[in-house]
Write a protein that binds this ligand. Structure first.
Ligand code: SF4
Length: 354
């Protein structure tokens, strides 16, 4: 079995668990730290009873002091908009609450998703799993065996996605144990980690984690969740470099969010910044219609316009796929741009004549 190598934190560097423990959970404290008047926001503080607030210091450090419209602040601050319930916005927008085994979802043919941890380092107000019954999907080590048996009995599965909550809330020893179990299933080829933890606490990318992923029989990928260019600071860039140098492929998925990243300028800047940090733009998700988060949603016409603007401004490899997830579908659904840019007028004339 590969060895886990641990190192002591460098001077001035706090282990990620300490950052986690010191995360800010009170909106009044957060606004005071950012020198923002609380008066206009006090009505929304009650929203944290439905979904607690949680923001680690390294993420707060990237917010602009005195700016109540800061795009990072808007992702984490409970607002009175969350107290409004609208038709069409539901607690389980993707039909995920019934799982095949405790903590296991088999939505797409060759991939299976394991809910490794219920909690996250940051609570994103638009989260599509903000109402997910994590209590029913927190398997014990013995219950994990049901998931391993399920994967072993389905040879069409070649990739395991670790998700949550945030799977990197598990410590390095727990991840080592899980990887060791998965490596014993012969038809598995890849392990993919969907995480936001290294974005909000970059020190989560420990040397032990990197070396364990790099030495796995399974090809490791990490899909980060970054919505705005301001989320990428030097510490995150260094963490990304470590992963890249170890051969771990880094992708990013974002969610399109009103008043966070809903402009061509913001989305293009995000793609450019991701590229500088060696992270490949992958998906841009339309917001899932989850209850209490409607105020982040955008009309389809606006989404289409943003997609077209990105295609015009950026090379193709920097344009993420604009997709929505529809419950019960066998894959993500690309958005319809309402035009086919690849059909020439002469082709159209030909089709019309024949
Ligand atoms: S990190 Fe991901 S799972 Fe956790 S609250 Fe944010 S969006 Fe939801």
């Amino acid at each position: 079995m590969p060895q886990m190598i641990t190192r002591k934190p460098l001077e001035g560097e706090r282990p990620w668990q300490q950052e986690l423990a010191k995360a800010i959970t009170d909106p009044a404290v957060l606004l005071t730290m950012l020198e923002i008047d609380q008066t206009a926001f006090a009505d929304g503080f009650a929203a944290r009873k439905q979904f607690p607030m949680r923001v680690p210091q390294p993420f707060i450090d990237r917010m602009v002091k005195g700016d109540p419209n800061d795009p990072l602040l808007r992702q984490v601050l409970p607002l009175s908009d969350e107290l409004i319930t609208s038709n069409g916005y539901v607690s389980d927008p993707l039909g995920e609450h019934d799982t095949q085994a405790p903590g296991l979802m088999h939505k797409y043919q060759s991939r299976v998703l394991l809910i490794l941890r219920g909690g996250c380092a940051v609570n994103c107000r638009y989260c599509f799993r903000r109402h997910f019954p994590y209590g029913d999907n927190s398997p014990s080590k013995q219950e994990w065996q049901q998931s391993f048996d399920y994967i072993a009995a389905h040879p069409e599965i070649n990739e395991v996605l670790l998700s949550g909550g945030d799977p990197l809330m598990a410590n390095d020893q727990q991840l080592d144990w899980l990887l060791t179990q998965l490596e014993q299933i012969p038809h598995l080829r890849r392990v993919r980690i969907h995480t936001r933890l290294p974005v909000v606490i970059p020190s989560r990318i420990t040397d032990a984690l990197v070396s364990r992923l790099a030495s796995s029989r399974l090809k490791a990928l990490m899909v980060l969740h970054i919505n705005h260019a301001n989320e990428i600071d030097n510490a995150l860039q260094r963490a990304a470099q470590k992963l890249k140098q170890a051969g771990i492929w880094l992708l990013n998925q974002s969610v399109l969010l009103q008043q966070v990243n809903d402009s061509a300028d913001a989305l293009c800047a995000l793609s450019e910044r991701l590229f500088e940090a060696d992270i490949q733009p992958y998906y841009l998700h339309l917001m899932d219609k989850v209850a209490q988060a409607e105020h982040f949603d955008l009309p389809l016409a606006r989404v289409q316009a943003l997609n077209k603007a990105m295609m015009q401004r950026l090379p193709g490899f920097l344009v993420p796929k604009f997709v929505r997830e529809i419950a019960g579908q066998q894959s993500k659904t690309p958005i319809d741009l309402g035009f086919n840019p690849f059909i020439e007028q002469t082709d159209l004339d030909f089709f019309q004549q024949s």
